[in-house]
Every structure is written in C-alpha cells, then in structure tokens.
Design a protein around this ligand. Structure first.
Ligand code: ADP
Length: 226
C-alpha cells in the first residue's frame, strides 16, 4: 500500500535527512516509527504527504508515484490520509461536533451525511456526551480524540499521527492509544511516530526504528529499543 523505494533526502541547505530508505507498509497495519530527534521520522511522513520531494528514490501510495502526481491531483490524494498532530490543531471557537463536521463540509459532503456520520464518529472516539464542548472545556486527551475523529471522518485509507501523545499525561495517553487501536481494528492503516516507550511496548505491533536517516530495525512485534 505504501512503498518507499530507496529514498534519500538531502535538504536544500545540505542537511541529510533520509538515506536509502526502503520500506513497505501493508493495508491495515499499525506501525510505530521511533528514533531520536533528528532521525528523519517527520521527513518520512512529509514525503508520504507530498510535502517534500525525495532527492533520490520514489514513494508509492497504492499504485501512485506520489511525487509524479500533477499538482492539481495532490489535494485529492491527501484526502486519502488523515492527519493527527501533537498539538491537536482544533478550531477553538468550534465545539467538538463542529470541529468534526467542518472537515466534512470542507470535503464537500452533504448535510444529511454530516448529520448521520458525526454522531457515529463521536461515539467511536467516546465523546458523545461532550459533543457541545469547546476545546478549552476538554482535557488534552479528549481534544486529541476530537482530532482523531476529525482525521477519520472522511474515511481515509491511512491515519498518520505525529507524536499524538506527546502532550498528554499517562491516563490520556492510554485513552488515545486505545482509540487508535480501535480504529486500526476497524480496518484503517495507522502510522504513528512516538518517543513513548510505554505506547510502543503496550501495542505489541510493528516498530520501525530510525537513526540518522536510516532504518536500523524493523520488528514485526517490536519493543522500543534505543
Ligand atoms: P525527526 O522527525 O526524527 O526529529 P526530521 O525528519 O525532522 O527528524 O529531521 C531529520 C534531519 O533533517 C535533521 O537533521 C533536521 O535538522 C533536518 N531537517 C528537517 N527539516 C529540515 C528543513 N526543512 N531544512 C533543513 N533541514 C531539515
């Protein structure tokens, strides 16, 4: 589904960020990418989102070469990928319901679809009782669960979560991880970057370890080893 074929990236200022990365990810996998700061994790995700171009090599999503897409096709391509960020990035003056509904409106979905899908997703992320709360009235973990709801509402093929628990305490971290696991079990591929050993070890899923732009370990049921 996702295939990096010998990808290297040297940024314009000469900084090497990825070196000869070859990796494939199958549909419905749950993959944690770990590694010290500067190891190349974010660069890898940016390649997949067509935000950065490889210096050498190619990135494929399904049968598409991501960096040969016509610029007009890129927004449509990115809708296949739901993004979750460390800092949530919710719209502060919209409720949980409205934040999720807004993502559907932006994708041009009909009102009746919005009215039926948003409550379903709020239930999936266990926030039905907080639908009318604004982000400032929610805990960090609840805000991240709204953000996950927003990321999945348009049924992407993949969820990419860049340090999704980086700002959360252990209890909220546990809740967010449980939701990501549930989404994965329902059939969505999940790709996360994390520094959290507890998250990776609890998951018991595939772990890719990066160091200085290279993949140094790839364990099908890995643990966090650095
Ligand atoms: P990680 O996400 O693992 O912390 P990054 O992919 O952000 O790693 O960074 C990999 C390397 O590329 C680091 O040396 C970083 O400083 C460098 N880097 C990242 N983005 C840029 C950029 N836009 N321009 C130049 N160097 C960059």
């Amino acid at each position: 589904m996702i295939y990096f074929d010998n990808v290297s990236k040297i940024y314009r200022d000469g900084t090497p960020a990825l070196e000869d990365v070859t990796v494939s990810i199958d549909p419905k996998e749950f993959v944690s990418i770990v590694g010290h700061s500067g190891a190349g994790k974010t660069t890898l995700l940016k390649m997949l989102l067509a935000q950065e171009k490889p210096t050498r090599g190619s990135v494929f999503f399904e049968s598409m070469n991501v960096h040969e897409l016509h610029p007009s096709a890129v927004p449509h391509y990115r809708r296949k990928i739901g993004m979750v960020f460390q800092d949530f990035r919710l719209i502060p003056n919209m409720t949980a319901y409205e934040n999720i509904a807004f993502a559907m409106e932006a994708a041009g979905r009909a009102d009746d679809e919005i009215e039926s899908d948003v409550p379903y997703i709020l239930e999936l992320v266990d926030l039905s009782t907080k639908a009318n709360h604004f982000p400032s009235q929610l805990s960090g973990g609840e805000q991240q669960r709204v953000a996950i709801g927003r990321a999945i509402i348009n049924q992407p093929d993949v969820i990419i979560a860049d340090e999704p628990t980086g700002n959360l305490d252990p209890i909220n971290t546990y809740e967010v991880v449980e939701i990501l696991k549930k989404i994965n079990e329902l059939g969505t591929t999940v790709l996360i970057t994390t520094h959290n050993k507890g998250v990776v070890d609890a998951m018991g899923k595939r772990v890719i370890t990066m160091d200085r732009g290279r993949i140094i370990r790839d364990d099908p049921q890995g643990q966090y080893i650095l």
